[in-house]
Structure formats: structure tokens, C-alpha cells
Design a protein around this ligand. Sequence first.
Ligand code: ATP
Length: 278
Amino acid sequence: MEKLESKNVLEIKNLKKYYGNIHAVDGISFEVEKGEIFALLGPNGAGKTTTIKCILGLRRKDEGTINLRGSVAYVPEGKELYGSYTVKKMIEVTADVTDEFDKEKCCAYIDKFQIPLNEKVSNLSNGQTTQLYLALVLSQRAELYIFDEPTWGLDPIVRNQVLDMIREIPIAGASVLYTSHILGEVEKVADKVAIMNRGKILEVGYLDDIKERYCAISVPSSTEFQGISGYRYKSTESEDIYIVNKEYALANNFECSPVTFEAIFEALVLNDINLSKE
Ligand SMILES: Nc1ncnc2c1ncn2[C@@H]1O[C@H](COP(=O)(O)OP(=O)(O)OP(=O)(O)O)[C@@H](O)[C@H]1O
């Protein structure tokens, strides 16, 4: 196995996972550095969960290398726990079977979330179950925390609490890899992002660098301007707005307007979806 660069906790090179004809993950590469929050973004079916399952060894990869340093703690997409246990027993059992589990920290989270310790897990709401799962995982010591849709089904107040908890992880030197559909949320917490669609990474890098890399240009909707090297984002009766590489815009004397991350994401994914139809 290749040696992992010392700054990285995870290196993925040319990872492929096919289910029959479905190229769920189709040759992706990325790295997660120590103390970094990395978000894997993409629409439904992009391949995010499959990537995570391959990293965890829950799915066998078809090709590529996955190089991981240290221990991993994981919150899956389907957050199922033992329904017949009380919250208290769930914490005790987890403490018994987990190395380096901080029970006091876990109880502090449960207290913060106001989850009753003597309630049966099956009686908790979906949001409370997610909170309990996060509390159990965040109380384990790990080099890399992996969360699959950690804020799914949470109300806005709890979602912000969870985002704060995620933001605190790098302070202790650990790293985070997480998946999400919610771009506003990603912009609040992620250092680096990868935008996935159809098993491929369309763009990867520091969030700020990606935002710097693109701009919006507006051209009259006439045939004269067809052949723009970029992603058509929106059209009105009189003009088409394209998201393009800034260097391209400057080299071709287009006037550049700043562009939101959401617009970049949408333009890249929609363009890729259109390519798949050709
Ligand atoms: N066990 C499986 N057998 C067959 N196909 C699968 C299996 N798991 C996933 N797929 C397919 O692989 C592709 C990627 O799925 P995956 O769950 O990784 O996407 P995702 O980005 O996590 O989506 P979502 O955001 O909806 O959770 C999809 O087309 C999905 O239908």
C-alpha cells in the first residue's frame, strides 16, 4: 500500500464501484487533510453513500485505492438504534463496547439536546434519534468522523446545534467527511467540497477557491453567442446567463459578475445531467 501523506487522514484514488450497469462511483479521487471538514455534495443517486460505504469497507470496491489513517467514527444515513433500550442503557452499552468513549461528554450532549435518559429509544422522534446517534458517535475518539446526511430531518435550531458540534471537531485535530444536499449548510461548515454527479467528481477544492474560479456572464440570446465554453445557468427573453471559468471570461473580454456557490453547483450538475442525455 502507498504511504499516506502525513498531512492527510484519507486519500482516495480512482475509486470505482459498479452495481451491474450502474456506475455508482466512477473513478473518483480526493484527499481529506487533518483538521479539515470535507463535504461530499451531489443530487440523489450521485454516489455519495456508496463512496462512504467503500471507505468503511461496507461495500467492496471494484478498483482504486483507499488509504486511511487512524480510527473512524460513523453516523450512517439510516440512523437505527436498539429501540427496546432506554437512552441511558444505549449510552452504557456503547461505552462498554467502544474504546475511548467519553461517557460524560455523551451525557452532556444528551442534556443539551434535552433527551430524557429514561425514555425508550423507540419512543424518540426522528430528530431525537439522530441527536442521540450523533451524541454517541461524537463521544468516541477518532481521527476521522464520517457523517451521512447528519442534519436530515432536524429542525433549524437543532440543525444549527449539530453544525456547531461538527465545527468543533477540527479544534481537537480530527477531520470530518460528510455528505449533504443542503448547500447553505455546507457553506457554513465545510473547508473543502467535492461536487459529485453520476459517480464522478465534477469539481473539488477549497470552497473559497471554487467560488473564485467561476463567474457569471450575460450574453444576448442570439445565435451569435452560441458556443460559449461554460454552463448555461438561466435564460430570459433577451439574455442567457452562463457560469464560466473566470480565466475564460477575462480572455474573451466578457464582463464578470460574482456568482454564488449554489449557482455553481446547479450549473455544473445540470450541465452534467444534460450531457448524460446527449
Ligand atoms: N446496493 C445497491 N444495489 C444496486 N444499486 C445501488 C445500490 N446502492 C446504490 N445503488 C445505486 O448507486 C447509485 C448511487 O447511489 P448512492 O446511494 O451512493 O447515492 P447518494 O449520492 O448517496 O444518493 P442520496 O443522496 O439519494 O442518498 C444510485 O444509482 C443507486 O441507485
